[in-house]
Design a protein around this ligand. Structure first.
Ligand SMILES: [Zn+2]
Length: 318
């Protein structure tokens, strides 16, 4: 792949690989070395993506450079130009099998995958920046189907949360497609490039405070010493264990007012479509309820709190 252009500042070269993708190569490193990936605007209108662009600008201006190679990705520039979530279909559902490979988003996902193969075959950490449609706490969502049994990945995750002062961690198989396959970008980098990946949900659309995100990302890229021990005690952990898939146009939620982290009552009917009914189990809460997704897509996720003991045990480095 022939890159478009490159800017050299003392200590770091910034290469514009294709439209909206930049590769920062600090002095003494080789292209293809283990790197960090930071992506934003996978959903074109989610303004926390500005943090990724700010980092790119600081590197270009010679104000900052990472200690190790860094790939910065503006996911969907066309959708950002229209201030919309996507143009033809949701880019964050295009990283597994796609029904139509000819949509703008399917082609962009393919292009991003090609760039990763060439520039970022080994990814240490991938942070994908998002805002939520409905109000939600700032949270980190990982593609772990279960809590990791080795401590390093969990410790790195807790440290990242500590740097951004995030108290909510969500994981679970509910973020996967109907057949258990991945569709989302962070799941893709986790499974295909060995990355410790996460989606950073930085509150609802329209929230504009990105300074803390930029600072937290910079500390991560500089491998800043741990100022505080990551404390699992303060963290709320949720297992998003089951997705609700919209299979027909008749899909609807029992109430239009369901929000994120909505507590549900055991036996309560949550959603219906032609021949299906979803009812809540004991302890269930709802995440990302959205009846307006395309048929075949995830319309929400059931999740439940996980005891801190589980995460404390998993966090122990073997
Ligand atoms: Zn998003």
């Amino acid at each position: 792949m022939k890159s478009l252009e490159s800017v050299k500042s003392p200590g770091c070269e910034l290469i514009r690989v294709v439209e909206g993708i930049w590769y920062a190569l600090p002095q003494g490193h080789q292209k293809g070395n283990p790197c960090t990936v930071i992506s934003g605007y996978i959903h074109g209108n989610e303004q926390v993506g500005k943090a990724m662009l700010a980092l790119k600008q600081q590197i270009e201006d010679g104000q900052f450079y990472p200690q190790e190679p860094l790939l910065l990705i503006h996911g969907n520039p066309q959708a950002t130009a229209q201030n919309s979530r996507y143009c033809e279909n949701d880019l964050n559902r295009c990283f597994g099998l796609v029904a139509n490979p000819n949509t703008l988003e399917a082609k962009r996902a393919h292009q991003i995958k090609q760039v990763l193969i060439e520039y970022a075959p080994k990814i240490k950490q991938h942070i994908d920046l998002h805002n939520s449609i409905l109000p939600a706490p700032q949270m980190l969502i990982t593609p772990w189907k279960e809590l990791p049994t080795e401590g390093e990945m969990l410790q790195q995750t807790l440290l990242f949360m500590n740097r951004l002062k995030i108290k909510t961690l969500v994981y679970g198989s509910g973020f996967y497609g109907q057949n258990g396959q991945y569709t989302d970008f962070d799941c893709y980098t986790h499974h295909q490039h060995g990355a410790n990946s996460a989606t950073l949900e930085w509150g609802q659309l329209g929230t504009n405070h990105t300074e803390k995100v930029i600072e937290g990302l910079k500390q991560t890229l500089l491998n800043s010493p741990k100022l505080l021990e990551a404390s699992a005690n303060e963290i709320e952990v949720w297992d998003a264990y089951q997705a609700i898939f919209k299979q027909e146009d008749s899909f609807q939620y029992a109430h239009s007012g369901y929000g994120n982290f909505e507590p549900l009552t055991e036996g309560e009917i949550i959603a219906t479509q032609a021949n299906d009914i979803w009812t809540a189990n004991s302890g269930d809460h709802l995440l990302f309820p959205n009846p307006n997704v395309a048929v075949g897509q995830r319309a929400g996720i059931f999740m439940r709190r996980v005891g801190l003991q589980d995460i404390m045990q998993a966090a122990k480095v073997a």
